[in-house]
Design a protein around this ligand. Structure first.
Ligand code: FE2
Length: 425
């Protein structure tokens, strides 16, 4: 007897719909004729493992317009506005905003979140709030917190001590922002400091690296060298890496090969970086994201992050990885048939690998953390940014969406439309 049986699920790489069984919170092989306490009819719709958000700044969410709106939309005006807003940050203020966006993410099928948290604050207010939230939501969603020094480690007063305190307070991952440090030397030292701290404490690394259009920003090679020196292969993530877009091809070729050698994970953030990069260009304006297709072709693990939800840098968004994937389909020219399927991997299995999640997937024995999309294929899911009909955690439904019904009057008669291609038109 199963706890849950999902009938007729379309899954990655399998054309024919299949049944997925759940017992004691785990995926199990369905035996012929086996009964279930509860049945969910997927009716040929797409089912994937739970979505994974590998890069968001939860401490800044929902602050758009506080104390003022970003009129230019630029990174630098955003930093100035955040500098004003951060003065009124309290633990309760952070917690209230984060709770709201976590609910949005859950409704979108996200059960695992890695959040960067600004630690350039002697009080570590945001981190204290997020550590409490991580505990508060542990029964629903898994949170990883990155000690993220927004204003640098070497360039901010007592930056190194703050990073150590953040780790002691409970940060799971060590961050850095080398391209923002005052000098090249500080940038290199900040990477070495962060990675050594992580290695000493057995933590993972996730560094905002080369998030600039400056082709001279080359800290990713320092991350690669340190990863190999410290034996941290598979435990290190580089986020943004937009400068790679502007590197010469000879340099990029060497870099991409070394990224694979060091087993780095990369996070691209199409929503924020599509609007923040290329701001110093006259026409033509560079897209300014990382070399997603080249990295994937070389066998580097690349995943998609959301980065911001309604903050001074990005006023839009509702915490949906599928929307970010849809933007990358356009902005990264990933509309090839297989590429669209890869986009779904980039918000699920690839992101899970970057976070080091275990027992994740659709194989028997994995945790039954699943999403049912209101779409028959990956292509339709991306095209429609399809609603998540059901989000399942450990075999329990933890979020549901009732899709909108659309009606048109055609030939004087009201009839429904569903935006799917049918045999008869
Ligand atoms: Fe970021």
């Amino acid at each position: 007897m199963l706890d849950l049986l999902i009938r007729g699920a379309r899954t990655r790489g399998v054309e024919a719909p299949r049944d997925i069984g759940v017992r004691a919170g785990r995926i199990v092989q369905v035996q012929p004729g086996e009964g279930a306490a509860r049945t969910l009819d997927a009716a040929g719709r797409l089912v994937t493992p739970a979505l994974v958000e590998p890069h968001i700044h939860l401490d800044a969410v929902l602050t758009v317009g506080q104390p003022r709106y970003n009129l230019t939309g630029s990174l630098f005006e955003g930093i100035a506005i955040w500098g004003e807003r951060v003065k009124s940050l309290t633990v309760e203020d952070v917690k209230q905003r984060v709770r709201q966006v976590l609910r949005w993410q859950l409704a979108n099928g996200v059960l695992f979140v890695r959040s960067h948290v600004d630690v350039c604050d002697p009080e570590l207010t945001a981190l204290r709030a997020l550590v409490e939230i991580r505990q508060e939501v542990a029964g629903q969603m898994a949170l990883q917190l990155v000690a993220f020094p927004q204003q640098g480690i070497l360039s901010f007063p007592d930056g190194e001590a703050l990073m150590r305190r953040a780790v002691e307070l409970g940060a799971d991952v060590v961050g850095a922002i080398p391209h923002f440090e005052l000098s090249r030397e500080y940038g290199e030292r900040s990477v070495k400091f962060a990675m050594t701290l992580a290695a000493e404490r057995g933590l993972r690394v996730d560094i905002h690296c080369d998030e600039t259009d400056d082709e001279q920003s080359r800290f990713l090679e320092v991350m690669i060298a340190e990863t190999i020196r410290l034996g941290m292969q598979g435990r290190v993530t580089a986020s943004h890496t937009t400068a790679m877009h502007s590197y010469n091809n000879a340099y990029a070729y060497r870099l991409v090969n070394n990224l694979r050698r060091a087993e780095l994970h990369l996070v691209t953030n199409p929503l924020d970086n599509s609007v923040l990069q290329g701001r110093f260009d006259s026409y033509p304006i560079r897209r300014g994201h990382t070399r997603v297709k080249q990295l994937l072709a070389a066998g580097v693990n690349v995943c998609i992050g959301h980065d911001s939800v309604m903050d001074p840098w990005y006023p839009l968004g509702y915490g949906d990885p599928l929307q970010a994937a849809s933007v990358l389909a356009h902005y990264g020219q990933m509309t090839g048939y297989e590429e669209i399927k890869t986009l779904i991997d980039m918000i699920s299995v690839n992101a899970a690998r970057a976070l080091g999640l275990e027992e994740y997937g659709l194989e028997p024995g994995c945790r039954a953390d699943l999403v049912l999309f209101d779409a028959p294929s990956e292509m339709d899911a991306v095209r429609l940014v399809a609603p998540r009909l059901a989000v399942i955690r450990g075999g329990e439904i933890v979020a549901r969406t009732e899709p909108a019904r659309h009606m048109v009057v055609w030939d004087g008669r009201e009839e429904p439309v569903d935006f799917l291609r049918h045999a008869q038109g």
